[in-house]
Ligand binder design. Structure first.
Ligand code: HEC
Ligand code: HEC
Ligand code: HEC
Ligand code: HEC
Length: 152
């Protein structure tokens, strides 16, 4: 009887974890307005950054072109451009106070540690940069949050 109960609990936990994993794959964005409720300073820094303007930078006839929007962003969760969740991971499941305060849980449900590798998804050898990607300068331009020197 007790074994059955333990087994049922284990099965339930497994189902919950796979449900979260499955919905996570659907890219469920919470949206910049949601982050803004608790991270007003970060949102302000982002609004003044080139990423917020990345979609507008596309010529009019390219704004819906899938070849361009994969890096320049499209209309997602009410925002166009490269937004918070393109770097930090889709936030539907972590953008809640009790989850955010738990560094382990928030990462299980989608929060990503942003490193230079994440930048490299879009800042490739083919992107039209005048200078090659140098982390110190590039991070300096979009810097936000408390840590001034994040791990590479
Ligand atoms: C209900 C409030 C709330 C919302 C909404 C929220 N956060 Fe948070 N976030 C927090 C709190 C509280 C922390 C814990 C650290 C702190 O006090 O700054 C945190 C921490 C973080 C961290 C650092 C986590 C770590 O462990 O290193 C990141 C990155 C972050 N939030 C991004 C986001 C993004 C992106 C969104 C929107 C998709 C978002 N947050 C929405 C409250 C929130
Ligand atoms: C692999 C990702 C990627 C793809 C795909 C991509 N871009 Fe970009 N694009 C970038 C990056 C990254 C930059 C910024 C480079 C820098 O300045 O360091 C950029 C910059 C630009 C700029 C200059 C913006 C400015 O404000 O100066 C234009 C214009 C542009 N891209 C147009 C396009 C068009 C049109 C397409 C589709 C045909 C496209 N891009 C596809 C990543 C991409
Ligand atoms: C181009 C990628 C990128 C975008 C877009 C971006 N961030 Fe970040 N963010 C980072 C990096 C890199 C760090 C520093 C490393 C880290 O703490 O993960 C960071 C740090 C943070 C932190 C602080 C974490 C800490 O421990 O102090 C918060 C909070 C945060 N970002 C929220 C946001 C919000 C909210 C947005 C949208 C308005 C946003 N970020 C947009 C890359 C990005
Ligand atoms: C989803 C795609 C994407 C990701 C991920 C991304 N970027 Fe960008 N980034 C762009 C695009 C597109 C532009 C061009 C925007 C424009 O100029 O209009 C850009 C422009 C920039 C610029 C302005 C160009 C310059 O040389 O000053 C900086 C700085 C920058 N990104 C830093 C970063 C950093 C640092 C990261 C990782 C933490 C990162 N980006 C991740 C797409 C991305």
């Amino acid at each position: 009887m007790r074994f059955g109960l333990v087994l049922a609990t284990v099965v339930m936990a497994g189902l919950l974890a796979s449900a979260v994993a499955a919905t996570g794959r659907l890219n469920q964005f919470a949206g910049v307005d949601s982050c803004k409720k608790c991270h007003a300073q970060e949102v302000e820094a982002w609004q003044n950054s080139p990423h917020a303007r990345a979609h507008k930078a596309l010529p009019a006839d390219k704004q819906a072109d899938p070849r361009c929007v994969q890096c320049h962003g499209s209309q997602q969760a009410g925002v166009a451009g490269v937004h918070c969740e393109n770097c930090h991971g889709a936030g539907k499941h972590y953008a809640k106070r009790y989850v955010m305060k738990d560094p382990v849980l928030s990462r299980i449900v989608g929060l990503v540690d942003v490193s230079e590798k994440v930048c490299g998804r879009c800042h490739t050898e083919t992107s039209p940069a005048i200078r090659t990607f140098a982390w110190d300068r590039m991070w300096g331009v979009i810097q936000h949050g408390k840590k001034t020197e994040p791990e590479k």
